[in-house]
Design a protein around this ligand. Sequence first.
Ligand code: AP5
Ligand code: MG
Length: 215
Amino acid sequence: MNIILLGPPGAGKGTQAKKIAETYSLPHISTGDILRENINNDTKLGLNAKSFMSRGELVPDNLLIMIIKERLSRNDCLKGFLLDGYPRTIPQADALQMILTESNNKIDAVLNIEVDDEELIQRLSGRRMFSCGTSYHVIFNVPEKEGICNSCKGKLYQRDDDKAEAIRNRLAVYKKQTQPLIEYYQKKGILQNINGAKDISGIYEDIMRILEIYD
Ligand code: AP5
Ligand code: MG
């Protein structure tokens, strides 16, 4: 099963992706996590990406296409994959289609999580991260022990792009560059809209009902 999670920043893509990937034993490929890992490791890619990300801008398509091509070529993707945060532009979606066609593969479903702007701002401004990539929320999704991650026991931090100005920019960038993908995948007949206004488990149940069709 090859799945794309689409939706604005803060919609809950990462939160749901973690659960779906566990349930179906799929590799969870988050381009945001890959880029943040490169920044932490001071790689050339990380250095290139850092200023775009902290401003809430998209990192150039050529870099993302290179990342995704390499990642999808690994063996763990042979039985399927879950993309979180890619594609984010039409050229990225076209490149993905080319990469998959070359290996006789295709996307089965695009899950589009819909959430209004006011709720997105609340989710992003209250988000706290741990070094393992798990995200929590100061009100909506607190760890079992305050300040300690349920899985890695690592250090809590706030993402640079979860500050007010970067959040505003990310939402504007989403509307201009990523939202057109909804129509792109609707035309291909593989888009599934998900009501993202529910709580985390309610959304997860809806997603499970949809994915049963493809399993
Ligand atoms: P990325 O890391 O992908 O960030 P994003 O799209 O901005 O999305 P987020 O991670 O902010 O939100 P999410 O939907 O994963 O929400 P989450 O589950 O954490 O990308 C970061 C940057 O990298 C980009 O801005 C860009 O610069 C660059 N980049 C990455 N991919 C790229 C690409 N393909 N092309 C170009 N550039 C790229 O949840 C958010 C919060 O809400 C959490 O606190 C969570 O606990 C809480 N929450 C989740 N669900 C619920 C719920 N149902 N109710 C209440 N709270 C909830
Ligand atoms: Mg995310």
